[in-house]
Design a binder for this molecule. Structure first.
Ligand code: RRO
Length: 419
């Protein structure tokens, strides 16, 4: 069965719906070229400011040492090489080579004016023929010292989108499709309000990426009795599998409330084919991978894609459209189907373990049976020899019987020792 992971986001065709999130390993052309060479469906650059900056003081990243927790923190503070670097032709050529994949940029201006200047520069480069497929306006960076998250401040968010959409409308030449990166929301009225504002600008916004990191999380260094992150009193953006369920909820709610013309890109805690499958099921048209890419490197795109393809084959889905946004309602029938599937999977896993670790014991059992047969044959031959020795098969004497019994006992002992 042929399985395709192709999709479109903002009418841009992606051969693989899985690609990188802006952030880790996306600051330089050298790092991004590795993404272009991987199985990633596109390359998305680090959020840029107008001018290059070094970001927050170190230490500014942390991965939970407890394997079961799977949480990461960052307070990078937008270290980047400035917008010019990410949109100039030499950078794009170094990154993309002849991969033929879409190249996308991200902007996170320190002010609204900065965002407008950067957008204008992006449009100019596009009009000069630069290969920029989309621009993602980041309204959700949690790590700018002294500034709140724009996506949590609805009037400010509306003001930003208002000015940006006017800029798009005023453009005479080519523009670049606009995506918006959103923070996570946690309550129905907030999902609804955010989506209502985004829908107001549906002529301009082509996709929404949900979610950025969960802002203002804190990890404590137990031994030193201090935060693990240096800046902002240790407050930082939380990511990794710990945020997957918040991301699923946000993608699901965004898909529900957003105008159908706006695609939803799922991001947050995706590290396996099953995670990606779930994201698509709740309505994502594509998936960005951030923390897993940070930890595992660009080879994660091949692994996650292959895992997703295997799941699709098992479920007999040939394209992501076969299950995109088709999350069913909870039902008793579904729950019992799930119980049976999980029991079967458990039994299969147990059988696999038994047959792999049991290979030896099976061999041993075979060997023992074999040796038992061999020894019985030996006994038989020995008995024949005894009879041969005494040239009679009739009425053996007491000595003969003791002799045969000794041989039998000897063979039984050998059999027991060998097993
Ligand atoms: O650079 C960062 O600190 C950063 C950004 Br711009 C963002 O959007 N999300 C995040 O967790 N960190």
């Amino acid at each position: 069965m042929n399985v395709s992971l192709s999709t479109t986001v903002a009418s841009i065709e992606l051969e693989n719906c899985i690609y990188n999130a802006s952030g880790p390993r996306t600051g330089s052309s050298a790092a991004m070229s590795k993404i272009a060479k991987s199985a990633s469906g596109a390359v998305l650059a680090k959020s840029a400011t107008l001018n290059s900056q070094t970001g927050n003081p170190l230490p500014r990243t942390w991965h939970s040492p407890e394997a079961s927790v799977k949480a990461s923190l960052n307070s990078e503070g937008l270290p980047n090489s400035g917008i010019e670097y990410y949109i100039k032709e030499t950078t794009i050529a170094e990154v993309m080579g002849d991969s033929g994949k879409p190249y996308m940029v991200s902007i996170s201006g320190k002010t609204l004016e900065e965002n407008i200047v950067m957008l204008t520069q992006i449009f100019e480069q596009k009009q000069n023929g630069a290969n920029i497929a989309a621009v993602e306006l980041n309204l959700a960076c949690p790590n700018i010292i002294g500034k709140p998250i724009i996506g949590f401040d609805f009037p400010q968010m509306e003001q930003v989108l208002d000015v940006v959409s006017k800029l798009y409308k005023e453009q005479k030449g080519a523009t670049v499709p606009l995506g918006v990166k959103m923070p996570p929301y946690f309550d129905t009225p907030h999902f609804e309000t955010a989506a209502t504002i985004l829908n107001k600008y549906k002529d301009c916004i082509k996709y929404v990426a949900s979610i950025n990191t969960v802002g203002n999380a804190l990890a404590v260094d137990f031994h030193a009795e201090m935060p693990v992150i240096a800046s902002k009193g240790g407050f930082a953006g939380l990511s990794g599998p710990a945020v997957k369920h918040t991301a699923l909820a946000n993608v699901h709610k965004m898909r529900h409330y957003l105008d159908p013309s706006i695609d939803v890109v799922g991001v947050g805690g995706i590290s396996s084919g099953q995670d990606a499958f779930e994201m698509i099921l709740v309505g994502a048209s594509a998936i960005q991978v951030g923390t897993c890419h940070w930890i595992e490197g660009p080879k994660c795109f091949e692994r996650i894609s292959q895992e997703l393809k295997d799941i699709m084959k098992k479920k007999k889905y040939s394209s992501i459209n076969d299950f995109k946004g088709k999350l069913k309602e909870w039902s008793k029938e579904g729950a019992s189907l799930s119980r049976m599937a999980r029991a079967e999977a458990k039994a299969n896993a147990k059988a696999a373990v038994t047959s792999s670790s049991g290979d030896n014991s099976t061999m041993e059992r075979g060997f023992n049976k074999q040796s038992l047969v061999t020894n019985l044959l030996l006994i038989f031959v020995a008995a024949l020899l005894v009879n041969e020795k005494y040239e009679t098969f009739t009425t053996p004497t007491g000595d003969d019987i003791y002799f045969v019994i000794s041989i039998v006992l000897f063979c039984v002992c050998i059999t027991l020792l060998r097993s």
